[in-house]
Design a protein around this ligand. Structure first.
Ligand code: NDP
Length: 292
């Protein structure tokens, strides 16, 4: 029979998770700091706990989906975690996840951290491509794998509790750069007689066509040879940047989203790496951990 579980936090994401588990027949005990926000779930079969400690006492499997790492510490301050399996789906940094893992283990719990690569509407929907990165206790993951797979896909990325957050943030950071490029592209056409709705599919198609370039980057990092299989070299791209900057100027668009990346390309080229593509920029970005 479906494993009973406790869910701490019934915000947008927590509520979506709770609904998916309830729909699959799992008994779910919920707690939310603002109890009224958990109310709609009770009609769907959830049990409301008055305190987080009471919710934790109700089930071995405890899932937290709160705003940030500090709210996890707040919510669980008085809870007895001994013998519990704590799954933290709250977004945080790798360092926060590692500290939270040590904190949970000290209190007698097994710990699994998760990074959710999905939006609430994607939860409980098969075939939409969402999933959760998991890292930390492999035993916990294996034992509860079927339950964890109910709301969305699961991808276990290692015993280091920080790895789920690291994968999550790495993908979100790449997305940030992609959205920066998208903003610039729309700005370029904004004042022209070009319909955004006709431009959008061209843009989406181009981004999709370029995305597999990540595999060549991985090849380079793996082999240490950043020149192998390069089709668009740095010398050509830096020359091309002049056209990108000049077009921005002609169109009356700020270059502030483009220039930080172009400056790095320029620096790598100046260090005599003209036959590479962009892989060497990764080396320029590396600093001592903890410094900015
Ligand atoms: P919401 O803002 O909808 O919910 C936040 C939840 O955290 C609420 O239950 C809130 O309780 C609770 N909370 C905030 N501060 C505290 C505190 N100090 N003590 C106890 N509880 C607290 O956010 P989401 O549900 O959307 O997000 C939850 C997590 O899921 C976040 O870490 C988010 O990054 C992650 N996530 C969200 C995605 C999304 O698209 N929504 C996508 C991927 C990950 P109260 O109701 O009392 O305020």
């Amino acid at each position: 029979s479906p494993t009973p579980l406790t869910l701490l936090g019934t915000g947008a994401m927590g509520s979506a998770l709770a609904r998916a588990w309830l729909a699959a027949g799992h008994p779910v005990t919920v707690w939310n700091r603002t109890a009224t926000r958990a109310q709609p779930l009770l009609a769907e079969g959830a049990t409301l706990a008055a305190t987080a400690a009471e919710a934790v006492a109700a089930n071995q499997l405890v899932v937290a989906c709160l705003l940030d790492d500090a709210s996890v510490g707040d919510a669980l301050a008085d809870a007895d975690l001994a013998g519990r399996d704590l799954v933290n789906l709250t977004t945080g940094t790798p360092g926060q996840a590692r500290d939270r893992a040590a904190w949970a283990q000290k209190r007698g719990a097994r710990f699994l951290d998760g990074g959710i690569m999905a939006t609430p509407p994607m939860i409980g929907q098969a075939g939409v491509g969402g999933y959760v990165f998991y890292s930390g206790s492999r035993d916990l993951f294996e034992e509860h794998r079927d339950t964890l797979a109910v709301p969305t896909g699961t991808t276990y990325v290692g015993a280091d509790p920080g790895f789920a957050a690291l994968h999550d943030v790495a993908l979100l950071s790449a997305m940030s750069g992609m959205f920066a490029g998208i903003s610039h592209a729309f700005a370029l056409i904004r004042r022209e007689d070009i319909a955004p709705k006709e431009f959008a599919p061209l843009l989406a198609g181009w981004l999709a066509a370029m995305a597999p370039a990540v595999h060549l980057t991985a090849e380079h990092l793996h082999s240490g040879d950043y020149t192998r299989g390069v089709v668009s070299n740095l010398a050509m791209m830096v020359a091309g940047n002049t056209t990108l900057l000049r077009t921005a100027q002609e169109q009356g668009v700020s270059t502030e989203l483009l220039t930080p990346y172009m400056d790095l390309m320029q620096r790598r080229l100046a260090a005599r790496h003209s036959e590479e593509d962009g892989t060497g920029i990764i080396d320029l970005l590396l600093r001592e951990p903890g410094s900015l």
